[in-house]
Ligand binder design. Sequence first.
Ligand code: PEP
Ligand code: MN
Length: 346
Amino acid sequence: MAVTGSPELLIVMSAHATGDEVDDVVARLEEAGAHAHVTPGREATVIGAIGERELLAALPLEGFPGVDQVLPILKPYKLVSRELRPDPTVIEARGRRIGDHYFGLIAGPCTVEHRTQTLETARAVAASGASMLRGGAFKPRTSPYTFQGLGEEALTILAEAREETGLPLVTELMDPRHVEAVVDTADVIQIGARNMSNFSLLAEVGRARKPVLLKRGLSATLEELLMAAEYVVKEGNSRVILCERGIKTFETAMRFTLDIGAVPVLKQETHLPVIVDPSHAAGRRDLVLPLARAAVAAGADGIIVEVHPAPEEALCDGPQQIPAAEFEDFASEIRALCSLMGRVIG
Ligand code: PEP
Ligand code: MN
């Protein structure tokens, strides 16, 4: 049966509700033409009821055995909200984890430029304990006259780097025509800041069976970011990682302004993991470590950092990339701070 409408109600089962009582509520919702999104929690099972508001209102849900409370979902984002799922979501790719007490340390070049540059970086970040490898194959460049990425050739190089280091790959998908190639190779599909509001691309990755790293648009509000994530999750893919990467403000000392407050706000609003990209926010390498420290201290679930064997020769974002030789010290600082925050690199 096609279900229309959005999740409107939260049915909180009592801590002692039985499996049969949960199944009964689900069955009654389905009889009423609604769909039930069941989330078992640490304390109690929560059921999100998705359907027409009027039909749901007519059901005497409060009186059902095992039901503790029936609450309206007031926020415009539903499936990604903490209201629906109070426990944090942990996202896994090739055995590496992000979320709850697992901290994701994602590192690698801005762009795959050639095989040696990528393999050298991958080896350095793997040796220093990174949990995932980043690297752009298709690049969203401000100028059409600059290097646009190696495309499919880069995907082959990234796959070789994964083969050698075992690190899962994070790479950006920009164009619906590349869905197959990127989704096949990537372990985590990145949606860049400039595509955060590309709703058809969001729906595409919502149908993919890989986690999505969704970056905040350059001028997007947190509500807009959460609604973008809702587009992905609504299609069936609930594995979304949100990324604060700096926003446009009047300040010019940095490339963007890292909105550190976004981290605790998002963590309150959503069960999805929230990471920070200090590299693109700063635009300069001397600020990457301080901003990364701030991210860990603010409760971020990870960081994504650009690293290059010779940043002065980089074809893209040279000024903000950390030299591969310095990544070990960077990673040890982050690891130490993580343990203070009760986190381990996942
Ligand atoms: C990137 O991470 O490669 C990138 C281009 O970042 P953003 O989309 O945040 O600008
Ligand atoms: Mn970059």
